[in-house]
Design a protein around this ligand. Sequence first.
Ligand SMILES: *[C@@H]1O[C@H](CO)[C@@H](O)[C@H](O)[C@H]1NC(C)=O
Length: 370
Amino acid sequence: MMQCFPGGFVWFCLVNVSALQVQIIPTQGEISLGDSKFFICEVVGDAKDIDWFNPQGEKIVPDNPNIFVSRNDESTSTLTIYHATVDNAGIYKCMARAPGQEAEATVQVKIFQKITFKNAPSPQEFNEGDDADLVCDVVSSPPADIVWKYKSDIIKTAKDVRFKVLENGHLLIRGIKKADEGLYSCEARVISRGELDFRHIKVVINVLPTLRPRQSEVNATAEEGGTALLACDADGFPEPTVSWTHNNVVLVSGEKYDVSDDGSELLIRDMKKVDEGEYTCIARNKAGEQSQEVSLRVFVPPKITFLNDQSASEFDDLVTLTCEASGDPTPSILWSFEQRIFTEGEQASWTRPDKYEVWLLNTVAALAER
Ligand SMILES: *[C@@H]1O[C@H](CO)[C@@H](O)[C@H](O)[C@H]1NC(C)=O
């Protein structure tokens, strides 16, 4: 390059040996999505303007949303990309100008998505017997390979057919068992960057309650202060709560009933005939509920409700003595005279025992108080 000026009778010519040179540091630009990075454009030589151009070839001006350019001094200008988006990828150019000269350099900016766990909750709960879909949603560019581990060993899906890594990276466990409970990890790898990240996922298996009535039939006696104890023992995970119903009414502790803290025992006080019937114990937990019936039978002790005294004369042909009784089951009534017990339907003794009465047996079907 030569610049010449008129000077009297001669021209003075300056030979500019230092032509403009431009370089960008760093020379390669890989930015993780959302991260920020800057590039410095260094100019050798006297540059008047140093300008940056975006991948679309437009000069970067101050009103860009997330890309800023600043001239630092005579020879450098900085391009800063804040919170990079995929739209920021491409070839950026730095151009230096001086009168009669220009020089440029470019840098390729690649935006990549580093391994990001979008959805990998812990704990994840399943019911025993379910086909469990362990969720681990990972995004990355290029896509990551997913490896599942259980208690730090890689799950070999070829060895155990119950396990399968799905297309979307989830782990499927067919018919999950209580024994499958524990700590899993979902490990994502991007081979091209040697990038690796993982999440621990605690797997909890809930087990449907099972219920065993201690007795499926309970006998009680109707009497003042009489009680009956009904009991159902429950298993399951988490520990089930047990409740009781009778005629679709939930029974709570109070004057009539006493339900134990864990619900397994129901005490019924002040036994009455009306308490007879089916009682239901219900065990519930997260996995679901089970119920069992316990039947309560209430016996009512026999009670003689009517018995008349009779006086008869020696010449009477027939005397009727009546006895009525209640109870449940219906009591049978027996008559006796001295050592003699009459059998049912017997037309008593026609012979006059000693000098006394004629006896006629009268059985009365006593009705239970229902
Ligand atoms: C309850 O009473 C019935 C009738 O008497 C009897 O068959 C049954 O064995 C009794 N059950 C219990 C648990 O005592």
